[in-house]
Design a protein around this ligand. Sequence first.
Ligand SMILES: *Cc1c(COP(=O)(O)O)cnc(C)c1O
Length: 461
Amino acid sequence: MSESVRDAAAPSAAPRSFATAQVQAGFDSSVAENTAVPSIHQSNGFEFGSLTEARELFALRKDGNIYSRAANPTVLVFERRVAELEGGIGAAGVASGQAAVAVALLALAKQGEHIVAARQLYGGTVDLLQDTFADWGIEVTFVDQDDLAAWEAAVRPTTRALFAESISNPIAQVLDLGAVSAVARRAGVPLVIDNTVATPYLQRAKDFGADIVVHSATKFIGGHGTSLGGVVVDLGTFDFTADAARWPQLTRTYPRVPDGSLVERFGATGSPYIALVKTKYVHDLGPSLSAFNAFQLLQGLETLDLRMQRHTENALAVARFLETHPAVARVHHPGLESSPWHAAAQTYLPRGASSVFAFDVHATGDAEADFRLVEELIARLRVVRLVANIGDARSLVAHPASMTHSHMSPTQLADAHICSTTVRLSIGLEDSRDIVADLARALDPIALDAGLTQPAGSLSR
Ligand SMILES: *Cc1c(COP(=O)(O)O)cnc(C)c1O
């Protein structure tokens, strides 16, 4: 691995490679309990040496632990590690990816202000932005993420952020991050990227112009399907002082810090933006990451590069197999030459396009018959499991039209390239031959029933 990253918590530290950072960053074994791996600090509160110390900590004049809703030593290691892997200057760990998206955007846009977001977003994010944010008077314009003129045209004087996913799901569209970043620059607002599916191993969004990254750590970062978590990372690239009047929450006197603004207090040493996320939004709304889940996510991070290599290789092998199967009408995988996002994947995902993608089975023309067809296909699977999750060590399958995207209108579904027979996969770490054989077993009867011709040898797999 050639690229180097620096410890966000210790800017003077020697640069270290991704693989070293993912097992070491953020943890100092010489501190206090001398454990060789980060401990689970399962404590709500922390004892102060004196009332003077408590006063300093509460005034944010001194860094330290007060209460685990705001900061916890295990969570801190997780935050520093992700910050370093993304090349950021600070991070906030939270209870879920959903919380990460919410607090990241609330810290930028308030009532009467506006966000431009890609239309191709995770369903929970769409609900948050078009329903809950609307209730709170934060307006959101959704645009097709590949339509640069639409991004540009949607920007208003009140716009405070652009938001998109680096790889969307279910059909794995790859964002032209550089182009959207240029729109954000011209608009004078930060570009916030949900990097959940790519992970910092497959894409450092900072290298292409993102300013803030969020993750559902529930997925590939944790990687084992056991623990919900989320994280917001400030990449340190956006200058909130360039147009200070636009960002009063950071540049004006902050009532929770006695002496001045968050930029004055944290501008030189850390991230004023992350301080706002933590001291206001996580503090007030309470979506804190538990020490136990932070510990699980740290264990996941230690093997992130190895797992992403296997996930990516397995998924491409499965996609190539599906492309040859007569029951399959289309495979939506940006690693395939047939994908409209193949060129974007080569630019933005040179190490591979992750393992969440979809394929369409030949449709019958009748929605109910298509549902039965997919239901029977899924029922024949033994290795790949029917679970509404992604980024697990296990291979998982879902049917967007009846599950994750069931509340979408037919137009919304068509816009998202989802049809009644679209099947989403999140390919795991099993032997790819077993996954391919499982899918072959499930798909072959469809090809036989429809009288579709079978390539030689495919049936015997
Ligand atoms: C799952 C997911 C989320 C939400 O994360 P949770 O941890 O489930 O709250 C947000 N964005 C993307 C891209 C996701 O896949």
